[in-house]
Design a protein around this ligand. Structure first.
Ligand SMILES: [Zn+2]
Ligand SMILES: [Zn+2]
Length: 504
């Protein structure tokens, strides 16, 4: 005879309630595992990096799936002891939330979540009690004392005391942590530890659209021991530092064109390179005609700041001659649309003209080092010169705009009466590359790996990647990566390997 068969209507109701609670946990568990961004956003815990997504899927998904498993087990077998597992987790979750209210302050969303958790706790506790009372012989061995015995109470008291101790000693622990974290930050040098080869770091994979996960355009290239930066979009300098790429070591900046999303952080990078590396000469900034105007403007805007810092930190720490930037304009020979602009220490950098009309000039860059090659498209539509430069490249770092998504924004702008937005969306569609066109170039040029960056529109949740790629995978069968800030690609010299990881 099963426990269920003896249950009264009241017992059945609590069976059902426990089962429904299990269903809710199951939905949350599956949601966090399959759509970590969306669920995490709903819980105000949106991850900003790939590691964050990993933690949300693993920790949140695992927690809720586990709670759902034990809720179902209790509901289906009628053995109330299984319900104790989700009850314990709910008590711990509520405890953590209350601690946070005390330490971090109240939030409306937090209070709302607390209410739901208290209701779920009440439902599961009532179900446990009713099932325990109704179960009779089947649960003969189950008594409240199994849980609330002296040993467990002592254990709980010890854990609570340790937690209270940790919370009360936060100042001391914090200072000890600062020492460790600072030592780690100041001594770790990603560049010094790299094997010989070409390395590409995405310090900004976004565009002028506000995107909490992406800084604006910036790609760092480390060729041998030389550290170059292609474009310095807003927010990218901080991303570079968070990736533990020391701006004090930047050898030169290469600008593709002078749209704000490619130059906004130039002043910050000049400053951090100068102060962080006590550099004695200004940062060289290569670019097509117009780069002089941009560098002059940033130098002027930062001139007061430079004076303050020299007075404050002294001539040795911030040598005056190292402040600011030095424009290095280049021009293409008549009839040519490419030119080698740097050939030093085994690194050859070729600038080539691209098509970002009406923005002129606009260029891309190809890096060659010891048999490995990386091409950075800059902002452009698919064009012959890009195809030509991309031939045989190991990695094509290609800007990308998804027309179907931008069309939705364009139509929405029209519908809600924001005609300026609608007009801009319509205009930008014609001077960028779709993922499908990027894939066609990659296929025709025979590149080994296609990395899409300058992502438009922003992809606030990672589940939009498939929609962003559209039909790109039909045209290019090699690996395609949708860029995220922090991604780091290594192409060791003398091989064919391309490895990918995240520095954030
Ligand atoms: Zn751009
Ligand atoms: Zn542009």
């Amino acid at each position: 005879m099963t426990a269920t068969s003896r249950l009264s209507p009241t017992g059945m109701i609590f069976h059902l309630l426990a089962g429904l609670t299990g269903l809710l946990f199951l939905a949350l568990g599956l949601g966090f595992t399959a759509f970590p961004d969306m669920l995490a956003t709903a819980f105000s815990a949106q991850p900003t990096t790939i590691q964050g997504l990993n933690a949300i899927r693993g920790d949140f998904g695992g927690l809720f799936l586990g709670m759902s498993f034990f809720s179902f087990l209790g509901a289906m077998t009628g053995r109330c002891r299984w319900l104790v597992v989700p009850i314990v987790f709910l008590i711990l979750i509520i405890t953590g939330r209350l601690i946070s209210f005390g330490l971090d302050g109240l939030s409306a969303a937090g209070v709302q979540s607390l209410k739901i958790e208290v209701v779920l706790l009440a439902v599961l506790t009532a179900s446990t009690i009713v099932l325990a009372l109704k179960a009779g012989t089947n649960e003969r061995g189950f008594k409240v004392t199994e849980i609330l015995n002296l040993k467990i109470l002592v254990g709980v008291a010890i854990v609570a005391a340790i937690l209270a101790g940790l919370l009360l000693s936060q100042k001391k622990i914090g200072l000890a942590l600062v020492n460790g974290i600072a030592a780690d930050r100041l001594t770790e040098d990603v560049i010094a530890d790299l094997p010989d080869g070409l390395h590409v770091a995405i310090c900004g994979s976004g565009s002028p659209f506000a995107d909490p996960r992406r800084a604006c355009a910036c790609v760092a290239v480390i060729a041998g021991r030389s550290f170059y930066v292609v474009d310095t979009g807003p927010g990218s300098e901080r991303k570079m530092e968070l990736m533990k790429l020391n701006p004090g070591k930047v050898r030169a900046v290469l600008l593709t064109h002078f749209h704000s999303d490619h130059i906004g952080d130039l002043g910050e990078l000049m400053l951090k390179r100068w102060a962080g590396g006590s550099r004695k000469s200004p940062l060289e900034v290569f670019g097509p005609a117009g780069v002089e105007t941009v560098v002059k403007g940033f130098n002027l805007a930062y001139s007061l700041d430079s004076q303050y810092r020299i007075l404050h930190h002294g001539l040795e720490t911030v040598p005056p001659a190292g402040a600011g930037g030095l424009a290095r304009p280049f021009y293409f020979p008549p009839g040519k649309e490419e030119r080698v602009i740097i050939d030093a220490d085994g690194v050859r950098i070729t600038a080539f003209e691209v098509d970002h009309a009406p923005v002129k000039p606009a260029v891309g860059y190809r890096f060659d080092y010891k048999g490995r090659s990386v091409v950075i498209s800059g902002d452009t539509v698919a064009c012959q010169s890009l195809l030509h430069q991309a031939r045989g490249a190991d990695l094509l770092v290609q800007e990308a705009l998804q027309p179907a998504m931008i069309s939705i924004l364009k139509d929405l702008g029209q519908k809600i009466g924001r005609h300026n937005i609608s007009r801009i969306m319509g205009d930008i569609m014609h001077y960028h590359t779709s993922p499908e066109d990027a894939a066609k170039i990659a296929k025709e040029a025979g590149v080994r790996h296609l990395l899409l960056t300058h992502i438009m529109p922003p992809l606030p949740v990672s589940n939009l990647k498939a929609a962003f790629l559209g039909d790109a995978e039909k045209f290019f069968h090699g690996p395609i990566t949708v860029g995220e800030d922090g991604l780091f690609f290594s192409l060791p010299a003398g091989g064919k390997k391309i490895s990918e990881r995240s520095l954030l």
